[in-house]
Write a protein that binds this ligand. Structure first.
Ligand SMILES: Cc1ncc(COP(=O)(O)O)c(C=O)c1O
Length: 431
């Protein structure tokens, strides 16, 4: 088989243009929604990536919590290639063994009750979009979401997202969404109160991230989700957990809510997944728990051309399989705890604290200099993310080793508080 040699050159990095030359071509060809790329990357292996100038980076972001198995993982590569070489795509008029097995595997990891079902998508926002449509099937009423929430950029997901700068240019957004203050149990109770129901209608669903990712890796207060479960159950409303960022082992369990300290033993009605699920291959999923949630979307009421594509399903099965086979949930727990402790104790005057869970962490700084720190990290060969003015997000591959975590901590140890920096910055919020 003769692959176009030009494409092969692009894929193998044999097309030896510099980062600067590629960046110039990018700015003339790719829509400017993300700003210019920080680097143009040509290959990856494990927890490292290389740019077009041949510089190596320790990837502590993993494509924003996506590359669960790192880069070019042989099992993932083989699974995708084998599926593509057998049956690459069918319409949803047909089923495939990989799609069916993936649905069964997710239901089993979720310990979902009898009658539960899965809907597949290609991304996180589409998973949230499907969940949002499910909430509409509960009848007229209010859908609650939290301040600081990020649920995606498509119109429904954007209606659930709270950040004004993301919302305003696209209004009017779908209505019926009410944002309640983050982690505030009394405010949540008020939103479910008889008075609120009389004035504004019943609550049909609460959509919530077990740990807010884009808002700066902010955990909910202990007991919040359990209380939310009680309130939603009493109101006959859905509890929708958006685990697009926190799911698939990221926090040290298959889903973050499964950790008693986070979920308090709740069984949700709906969970959305994406990001890490395909290990880098685009796939999302909605898990509907129990028959009531699983039958909200009837035949013809929702659909997708690519969702549940057999190649994506094979990628997800391989990713879940390697996480299980290689004991990565335990590794995330152990290496995450080590990384957290080493950064917390690194002695830098700039580091205030580390928050988060497993390998979804934010290093909170004593000054709003996260962008500068991220640029410095890149120069030093580390990819991190300034998720808030005063917070650096770390979401490395789940295969991160203890040695690599030590290298990450060493970078933070070498930082110091700039002498002219204001120190009374609020934490979190503006990503
Ligand atoms: C919690 C959460 N939900 C939804 C999304 C949207 O996912 P995607 O970017 O795949 O559309 C994200 C992305 O960051 C997310 O963190």
């Amino acid at each position: 088989m003769q692959v176009s040699s030009e494409l092969l050159d692009l894929q193998t990095g044999a097309d030896v243009a510099s980062v600067a030359a590629w960046t110039d071509r990018y700015t003339h060809a790719v829509m400017d929604t993300f700003g210019p790329p920080q680097r143009v990357l040509v290959r990856g292996e494990g927890c490292y990536v290389w740019d077009a100038d041949g510089r190596r980076y320790l990837d502590l972001l993993a494509g924003i919590a996506v590359n669960a198995l790192g880069h070019a993982h042989p099992t993932l590569t083989a699974a995708i290639s084998a599926q593509l070489g057998t049956l690459g795509h069918v319409s949803n008029f047909f089923g495939t063994p990989t799609q069916i097995a993936l649905a069964e595997t997710l239901l089993s990891k979720a310990q979902a009750p009898e009658g539960s079902r899965v809907f597949f998508t290609n991304s996180g926002t589409e998973a949230v979009e499907a969940a949002f449509k499910m909430t509409r099937r509960m009848g007229p009423g209010r859908v609650l979401a939290l301040e600081g929430a990020f649920h995606g950029r498509s119109m429904g997901a954007l209606a659930l997202t709270s950040k004004q700068a993301y919302r305003e240019p696209f209004e009017p957004l779908p209505g019926g969404v009410e944002h309640v203050p983050f982690g505030d149990t009394a405010a949540l109770e008020a939103a479910f109160s008889a008075q609120a129901v009389a004035e504004r209608g019943p609550v049909t669903a609460l959509v919530v991230e077990p740990l807010q990712g884009e808002a700066g890796v902010r955990p909910l207060p202990p007991g919040y989700l359990a209380h939310a479960r009680t309130l939603t159950a009493d109101a006959g409303a859905l509890l929708v957990l958006d685990e697009v960022q926190t799911g698939v082992g990221r926090t040290g369990s298959w889903f973050a809510y499964q950790q008693p300290e986070i979920g308090g033993g709740v069984v949700p009605d709906v969970v959305t997944l994406a990001k890490g699920l395909g290990g880098g291959f685009p796939i999302g999923a909605v898990i509907a728990y129990g028959e009531r949630a699983a039958t909200l979307l009837g035949r013809g009421q929702h659909g997708t051309t690519f969702g549940g594509n057999p190649v994506a399903a094979a990628a997800a099965l391989a990713t879940l399989g390697v996480i299980e086979r290689d004991g990565l949930l335990q590794q995330v727990h152990d290496v995450g705890a080590q990384l957290r402790e080493q950064i917390e104790l690194c002695g830098s005057s700039l580091v205030r604290e580390v928050r988060g869970r497993g390998l979804l962490l934010a290093v909170v700084l004593n000054a709003p200099v996260a962008s500068e720190v991220a640029a410095q990290a890149l120069e030093a060969g580390l990819i991190v993310n300034p998720v808030a003015p005063d917070a650096i997000r770390l979401a490395p591959p789940l295969i991160l080793t203890a040695d690599q975590a030590r290298d990450a901590a060493a970078f933070f140890a070498a930082l110091s508080l700039p002498t002219d920096a204001p120190t009374d910055t609020p934490t979190g919020q503006e990503a």
